[in-house]
Design a protein around this ligand. Structure first.
Ligand code: UDX
Ligand code: ADP
Length: 477
């Protein structure tokens, strides 16, 4: 089976970068990324590469090389499906907010809509690949919809046929291009060897064959959820130890180094912080929890649920301790928030720890000045469900009601910090690692605090600038 045309439904954080890398490495394959969102497609087609809808280091170069040659972005979904040998489904699958499984199960309405559209528009044999993170056995739903579409053939019509594969994405945002270029493994789950081989051939343009793992469909789907659950579990584990370090005078960085050098444990994903964010970890664990309850395994469900609970607790713990250190009240106080994205090198704020921490501080009446090098003000307003406060043109001060929390977006770190009682570092952007604390300290109201949830500041520099410092997991400060 020779693959000549690929269609990807969904031009988001997964679909966009993944298809750009495939097109870059497979010049003989035409790759069309489709989306219902015209604005998003326009942004992917923008001649100014700094305006691509996804910020990801190196993505602009890859798009620049392939776009217009064999990489296309379009809203003409049906034509792209009709031409495709492979259709990747890479649409959003957020956690359901109401109805059966609310708060845990994924909302599959977009996946279902895609399956129906593929069933209608496909021609000949089409391999349908699940790329979005999905609950186990979603492939079965997709297959059922595709098979049900087999209407009686008209005279001369070529019969449609489908194969469904699971090919989960393991890329992490911020390092997506590197993860796609040099993956630890590519996982393909399915029942039909010809289709698996056809997809493997696409990856073999740049991935060595030994790294392409083949499993059955359900193992592939479950592996994705399990990989994310294990990674998230490590973060909750180290964050639980961080709290203990702060109480006992230990330093979580030292503990992480000490345990990470044990080759059985390994050093990765032991960085204590404000808790994990991102579109996958929480969603995938909650899917796992839902699945366990569904299959009558409540103890297993509770085990995994505690990973998410610890994460939420860590975020509230940080906002609580900020309030406590600021003499028990932040009402009317300016607090600079540095970093809103859920991690560095992305403009994504989905499940960002900054959201929960900022909401807690707003509830306490703080005046937040938020700075992030890549997140737009409109996105912060959506996440906080509140518009930024207007500044009084005469005084340059906010006109918020006294005692009520408010926020504004600052164009620079200096602007955010001006007049602040505290700086809270929430994202590990590299520019925050080399701040001039002497200068920032002069701009703040004393006594002033620095809360470093990412362990990126130099404690000596902060303290010699006359600032008080809290650093996650460091009980010796
Ligand atoms: C994750 C998985 O890593 C990836 O394989 C999967 O495909 C999607 O989900 P992503 O969410 O993009 O990727 O980022 P990741 O680097 O895993 O970080 C997730 C969260 O954990 C971030 O908020 C990050 O700051 C936090 N984190 C990560 C820590 O707090 N400590 C660590 O040691 C590592
Ligand atoms: P991810 O992080 O998984 O890539 P995103 O939310 O960034 O998720 O992207 C998913 C994209 O899928 C969105 O741009 C959305 O408009 C698109 N989408 C949703 N349903 C469909 C559909 N039926 N056909 C094409 N695109 C779709």
């Amino acid at each position: 089976m020779m693959i000549k045309n690929i269609c990807c439904m969904g031009a988001g954080y997964v679909g966009g970068p993944t298809m750009a890398v495939i097109a870059d490495h497979c010049p003989n394959i035409q790759v069309t990324v489709v989306d219902l969102n015209q604005q998003r497609i326009d942004a992917w087609n923008d001649s100014d590469l700094s305006r691509l809808p996804v910020y990801e280091p190196g993505l602009d170069f890859v798009v620049d090389r392939a776009r217009g040659r064999n990489l296309h972005f379009s809203t003409d979904v049906d034509s792209a499906i009709a031409a495709a040998d492979i259709v990747f489904i890479s649409v959003n699958t957020p956690t359901k907010v109401k109805g059966l499984g609310a708060g845990q199960a994924s909302d599959l309405r977009w996946v279902e809509a895609c399956s129906r559209q593929v069933a209608n528009a496909a021609q000949g044999h089409t391999i349908v690949v699940e790329k979005s993170t999905l609950p186990v056995r979603t492939a079965e739903t997709i297959r059922t919809i595709l098979e049900a579409s087999q209407a009686p053939l008209q005279e001369g019509e070529v019969p449609k046929s489908f194969a469904v594969l699971s090919n989960p994405e393991f890329l992490a945002e911020g390092t997506a291009i590197r993860d796609l270029e040099c993956p630890d493994r590519v996982l393909i789950g399915g029942e039909d060897d010809d289709s698996i081989n056809a997809l493997a051939d696409v990856y073999m343009h740049w991935v060595e064959p030994a790294k392409i793992l083949r499993t059955n469909l359900w193992s592939s789907e479950l592996s994705k959820l399990t990989a994310n659950a294990f990674l998230a579990q490590r973060i909750s584990s180290i964050n639980s130890v961080a709290a203990l370090c702060e109480s006992t005078g230990a330093d979580v960085q030292e503990v992480a180094r000490a345990i990470g050098t044990d080759s059985r444990i390994g050093p990765k994903f032991l960085q204590s912080g404000p808790g994990f964010g991102g579109s996958c970890f929480q969603k995938d664990i909650l899917n796992l929890v839902y699945l366990c309850r569904h299959f009558g395994l409540p103890e297993v469900a509770s085990y995994w649920e505690s990973v998410v609970e610890l994460n939420t607790w860590q975020q509230h713990r940080i906002s609580r301790l900020i309030v406590q250190r600021l003499f028990g009240t932040v009402t009317g106080k300016r607090v600079a928030i540095l970093g809103f994205a859920f991690k560095a090198d992305t403009n994504d704020t989905r499940e960002a720890p900054a959201i929960r921490i900022a909401l807690d501080l707003l509830e306490e009446g703080a005046q937040l000045a938020i700075h992030d090098p890549k997140v737009e003000q409109a996105q912060i307003a959506r996440d906080l469900r509140e518009a930024p406060v207007e500044l009084d043109p005469a005084t340059g001060k906010s006109q918020g009601l006294s005692g009520v929390g408010s926020w504004l977006s600052a164009n620079s770190v200096e602007e955010a910090v001006e007049g602040a009682d505290a700086v809270v570092l929430l994202t590990e952007w590299s520019q925050y690692k080399s701040l001039d604390w002497q200068d920032l300290s002069r701009r703040m109201r004393r006594p002033a605090w620095v809360f470093d949830s990412r362990t990126i500041v130099d404690p000596d520099q902060v303290r010699s600038a006359g600032l008080r410092l809290w650093c996650v997991g460091n009980g010796s400060l």
